[in-house]
Write a protein that binds this ligand. Structure first.
Ligand SMILES: Cc1cc2nc3c(=O)[nH]c(=O)nc-3n(C[C@H](O)[C@H](O)[C@H](O)COP(=O)(O)OP(=O)(O)OC[C@H]3O[C@@H](n4cnc5c(N)ncnc54)[C@H](O)[C@@H]3O)c2cc1C
Length: 333
């Protein structure tokens, strides 16, 4: 068992615990969100020994060299003296301009940034509340001269951040936002390539952004969107997507219902099953998968087995975590 020194305190990291688990168990307030090494909101620095290489995956080379690491995936191999980064990932302040109900438990949150903010539709940011509570959300719009950012946020039962957004965050209020991260985005080039986009729940958010981005960049290949939800209420933006499909020749939209209720004009089944049944091969296709972690994981494998090249598969799993560090994967986001 390794000892972790933070400031004046030395804490013991139990077997199988990550450094973040140890810090949270000892009530240290550390910004964190995904606990999977994805969002980098818990970034810390080792002041003595180099951290395990596996805890530096995905961090910029320049930060790796300075012994930055991700405590959420760090199983220490020796004692470590650690600190919060002197210079966190660049962050800025954004202001709420609008909250709009998209479904019973999904809202569209519009934020405006005064300073320049570089992003691509489909990337995600970490939003941080004044007390440090941080969560990741995907950007649903393309860069706009009016400098706004759009998010689709689902309220989860007892979810700390999502309920705060619903109940307490109002137009005019500010939140802290990280730099945009992630590589689930539209890259120009190969304009004729067919695109398959599969999302569950608010996994639609990054996909909508990617679709508008692809169309703005004159993508000429077919763009197929399959959106899944257990109930019809969760198939938000159905009218907007249907209108888009009616006006854009190369865009096709299939809303899928996977729960017990069915509807005459909707396909029944899980979005990824419906998508695969409709697509004999994915050889040469570009595939985007966003939302429920299990769906993303399974569909990524299946897309590869159906012929998509791994470098053409872009995925964002919306992990939610329990205080113990176990990933909750039973919610349809
Ligand atoms: C890259 C990325 C992008 C994302 N994009 C989006 C997006 O665009 N839209 C979106 O809505 N979400 C998105 N998410 C998910 C988002 O980051 C949050 O995880 C989500 O909003 C829940 O946060 P919360 O604070 O409301 O819930 P938490 O407080 O973190 O709780 C999550 C759930 O776990 C349950 N839970 C908590 N503790 C326990 C316990 N002890 N026992 C049993 N259950 C428990 C809660 O009831 C709740 O339902 C994304 C996640 C990632 C990693």
């Amino acid at each position: 068992m390794a000892n972790i020194t933070l400031g004046e305190d030395t804490l013991t990291c139990q077997a199988h615990e990550t450094v973040l688990d140890t810090l949270l168990r000892n009530n240290r307030q550390i910004p964190h969100s995904c606990r999977q090494g994805l969002c980098q909101s818990c970034l810390m620095r080792s002041l003595d020994n180099p951290p395990p290489v596996s805890s530096q995956v995905g961090i910029k080379d320049t930060l790796q060299k300075q012994n930055y690491f991700l405590p959420c995936i760090c199983h220490p191999e020796q004692d470590m003296t650690i600190a919060l980064p002197h210079q966190e990932m660049a962050s800025s302040t954004v202001r709420v301009i609008e909250k709009q109900r998209l479904a019973t438990d999904i809202i569209r949150l519009l934020l405006t940034h005064e300073d320049s903010f570089n992003f691509s539709a489909g990337q995600f940011v970490n939003l941080k509340r004044a007390d440090g509570l941080t969560r990741s959300y995907s950007i649903a719009n393309t860069p706009h001269p009016d400098k706004f950012l759009e998010f689709h946020i689902r309220r989860l039962p007892d979810g700390q951040f999502s309920n705060w957004v619903y109940d307490d965050l109002n137009p005019g209020d500010t939140v802290t936002i990280s730099e945009a991260q992630g590589s689930c985005l539209y890259l120009p080039g190969r304009a004729e390539q067919p695109l398959l986009l599969v999302g569950t729940g608010t996994g639609l958010a990054p996909l909508v952004g990617i679709i508008y981005d692809a169309l703005q960049q004159n993508h000429t290949g077919p763009i197929h969107l399959f959106h899944g939800s257990r109930d019809i209420d969760g198939l938000y933006l159905m009218n907007e997507m249907r209108e888009l499909a009616a006006t854009v020749d190369n865009f096709y939209y299939t809303p899928c219902l996977s729960g017990e209720n069915t509807a005459a004009d909707l396909i029944t089944g899980r979005a990824h099953d419906v998508a695969f049944a409709a697509t004999p091969t994915l050889k040469g296709w570009r595939v985007y998968l966003c939302g429920h972690p299990e769906m993303v994981q399974q569909t990524k494998k299946k897309a590869y087995l159906k012929g998509a090249s791994l470098s053409d598969i872009y995925a964002d799993a919306f992990h939610v975590n329990l205080p113990t560090g176990n990933v909750v994967s039973s919610h349809a986001f």
